[in-house]
Design a protein. Structure first.
Length: 151
């Protein structure tokens, strides 16, 4: 959901009209409309006042960069055939350059062997197929990463 939609929904959930919000913030109704349609954005002070008015934290109100629903739609529309044609390492290395150079630095067979052992253990212990074991291991790694970031 984009910021404009979040602002619109927050206002509606409080049962407020654009006119009332505009009056409380000292702006025009047209300004509120422009914010809600995404034509313009409120400045940080106005965004904070909107959050207070709508009973939300500023983070909750302006969290629009990550549109989970749009990401889910892309995932749902991405076929295995398309996914197999994408060089994911190349794509992600634009954001994380280590992915384009670690192959010359890391003893890949050593770590690959350990990962294969873990995958085999998941398959045997829980009856997972190859893909399911891989996805479970990926999710476990993500959990470990989150826990390390908190520490």
């Amino acid at each position: 959901m984009h910021l404009g939609s979040r602002l619109f929904n927050a206002r509606k959930s409080k049962g407020l009209s654009q006119e009332v919000v505009a009056e409380k913030l000292g702006v025009s109704r047209q300004t509120i409309s422009k914010w809600e349609t995404g034509e313009t954005l409120p400045d940080i002070r106005q965004a904070k006042r909107l959050a207070v008015l709508y009973g939300q934290s500023l983070d909750e109100l302006i969290e629009f960069d990550l549109d989970v629903q749009e990401i889910q739609e892309v995932i749902d529309k991405t076929t295995d055939e398309l996914s197999n044609r994408i060089d994911w390492t190349k794509m992600w290395s634009k954001k994380y350059p280590i992915l384009s150079r670690y192959q010359s630095e890391v003893d890949i067979p050593l770590y690959a062997g350990e990962l294969c052992r873990l995958l085999s253990d998941l398959e045997k212990r829980y009856g997972y197929n190859d893909l399911d074991a891989f996805l479970v291991l990926k999710d476990i790694l993500a959990t470990v990463w989150k826990n390390r970031k908190r520490a």
